[in-house]
Design a protein around this ligand. Structure first.
Ligand code: ADP
Ligand code: MG
Length: 289
């Protein structure tokens, strides 16, 4: 990000204060993050689409409070693994555990209620709604707790509306969208649209955030800025993140743990140093960079 990521024209000091206040609002709305052990374990996942074996025994573990990066060539099964994790695709075999329970048979909706939030490779914001409206729809995903119930349930709807509005503004502040809240999302820059999408995910109160190529379509500088923003949010708010990213250097800079996939299998996993020096990753993938 630039020196004044909020883009509010204030000094770094005033920006810092505003950010702190926004963080407090968001932190109060989020469910308590998982603080130890594994947030997610996907074990020995197999998925075939007709004759295409998209995943062949892939396993992935996301520790609490960590950013995990998923890299691999196009078609190596990264998005399919996300689909299995969030319940869009039922695996042929393998199990998924999250937040301490086996969720393999849970539908995506109920996984979202547990705190699993996802963005997609293509933008999924509504270009005709304002940024504010796009953000606030994220709150509706977390039915069963927090903002949604307080907005729509008797006896305190007004207070709930105020809380939802306050949360939306706080998330906008953290995502550098404060000045464009009333702008139609479709006219934002590509980066702005991606920030709005991530902001909407945060509105849905994640304990685990899955980001599928959040920087798709960006150059490496914009991608690095965006991942810097995600890293900061993660460390301030404590949820776990797993992200798919094609700029490998940026993954190594921002992720504590990296998984490299090729042809539906994990060919290397570990710290950025371990993965970057792995002969299998070099041979299949990194050598081509
Ligand atoms: P990545 O995200 O790593 O680029 P994907 O998980 O999207 O890879 O795809 C893995 C493989 O599965 C590819 O060969 C892709 O064509 C295939 N695939 C993915 N989704 C489907 C689907 N819904 N139907 C058929 N084939 C699919
Ligand atoms: Mg993909």
């Amino acid at each position: 990000m630039n020196a004044n990521p909020a883009g509010n024209g204030g000094s770094p000091e005033t920006w810092g204060e505003g950010r702190l206040a926004a963080l407090e609002v968001v932190e109060a709305a989020l469910p308590p993050p998982v603080t130890e052990g594994m947030v997610l374990e996907a074990t020995d996942i197999h998925v075939s689409f007709g004759g295409v074996r998209a995943l062949r025994g892939a396993s992935l573990r996301i520790p609490a409070g960590t950013i995990v990066g998923l890299i691999g060539p196009n078609g190596s099964g990264k998005s399919t693994l996300f689909d299995v994790i969030n319940g869009f695709t039922v695996p042929d075999s393998g199990r998924v555990r999250a937040f301490g329970e086996d969720i393999t048979d849970l539908n995506p909706w109920n996984r979202a209620r547990l705190g699993m939030c996802r963005t997609f490779q293509a933008n999924h914001i509504d270009p005709n709604l304002t940024v504010y409206e796009n953000l606030i729809t994220g709150a509706f995903l977390s039915i069963g707790g927090g903002v949604f119930t307080s907005v729509f349930q008797f006896p305190a709807p007004r207070r709930g509306q105020r809380q939802a509005a306050e949360l939306t503004r706080a998330v906008a502040r953290l995502m550098d969208l404060e000045k464009v809240l009333d702008v139609r999302a479709g006219v934002l820059s590509f980066g702005g649209q991606r920030r709005a999408e991530i902001g909407r995910s945060i509105m849905s109160r994640p304990r685990l955030l899955l980001l599928d190529e959040p920087s798709a379509g960006m150059d490496s500088h914009e991608a690095s800025d965006l991942l810097g923003l995600v890293t900061r949010l993660q460390s301030d708010l404590g949820f776990a993140v797993c992200l798919i990213e094609h700029f490998v250097r940026i993954v190594f800079d921002h992720c504590a743990i990296v998984y490299a996939l090729a042809e539906g299998q994990v060919i290397a996993e570990g710290t950025p140093d371990e993965v970057s020096s792995s002969p299998a990753a070099q041979e299949h993938y990194l050598g081509e960079q």
